[in-house]
Design a binder for this molecule. Structure first.
Ligand code: HEM
Length: 150
C-alpha cells in the first residue's frame, strides 16, 4: 500500500492515530486554560481563591498543555517527513496555523504570569473572545489536512 512507503513504514497509521489523540488533549488544554482565566480574573489578588486558580492553571500547563503540544509537534513532524509534505501548500498553511497556535499558548503562559502577579490586564469579555481563537484555528487545520483544498 502506498501509505507504507515513507520512513515510518507500517507504523504510519499508528503515528497518525497518536498524533490525533494528542491533538485532542492539546486542544482540551487550550480551551480550558482561558476559561480558568475568566474565573480567575474575578477573584481578589492574594485571596485563597486567587491562589487556588494559580495552582490549577499551573497544573493544566505542566500536565496537559506542554506535554501534549510537544508530542503533537513530534508526531506531526514525523508524519510530514513520512509523506514528504514539506513544500506542499496545504502543509505550509497548516504549519503557519500551528505555529500561531503555539504562539497563542506562549501568550497564555505570559497572561497567566500577570494574573499570578495580581494584575488583571484584560476584561473578562476580552478573555472570552480570545478563547474562540483555538476553536477557529482547529477547524481550519482539520479542513487543511482532510480536504486539502490546495
Ligand atoms: C504541531 C504541528 C503539527 C504538524 C507538524 C502536523 C502534521 C501533520 C501531518 C503531516 C499529518 C498527516 C496527514 C496525512 O497523513 O494525510 C497530520 C495529520 C493530522 N493532523 Fe496534524 N500536525 C500538527 C498539528 C496538528 C493540529 C494542531 C491539529 C488540529 C487542531 C492537527 C490535526 C490533524 C488531523 C485531524 C490529522 C489527520 C488527517 C487525516 O486523517 O489524514 N494537527 N498532521
Amino acid at each position: 500500500m502506498n501509505d507504507y512507503v515513507g520512513f515510518l513504514g507500517p507504523a504510519y497509521l499508528w503515528v497518525k492515530a497518536g498524533h490525533v489523540t494528542f491533538v485532542i488533549f492539546w486542544m482540551a488544554g487550550l480551551f480550558l486554560l482561558p476559561r480558568f482565566y475568566v474565573y480567575h480574573q474575578e477573584t481578589v489578588a492574594g485571596s485563597p481563591e486567587d491562589r487556588a486558580w494559580i495552582e490549577r492553571e499551573a497544573r493544566v500547563r505542566s500536565i496537559i498543555l506542554t506535554p501534549a503540544m510537544l508530542i503533537v509537534w513530534l508526531l506531526g513532524l514525523m508524519l510530514a517527513v513520512h509523506l514528504g509534505a514539506f513544500g506542499q501548500l496545504w502543509f505550509t498553511a497548516k504549519l503557519a496555523l500551528v505555529v500561531a497556535l503555539t504562539g497563542y499558548q506562549g501568550w497564555l503562559g505570559s497572561y497567566g504570569k500577570k494574573l499570578a502577579a495580581g494584575q488583571r490586564p484584560l476584561s473578562g469579555k476580552a478573555v472570552r473572545l480570545i478563547n474562540e481563537i483555538p476553536g477557529i484555528a482547529a477547524a481550519l487545520i482539520v479542513v487543511l489536512v482532510i480536504v486539502r483544498p490546495f
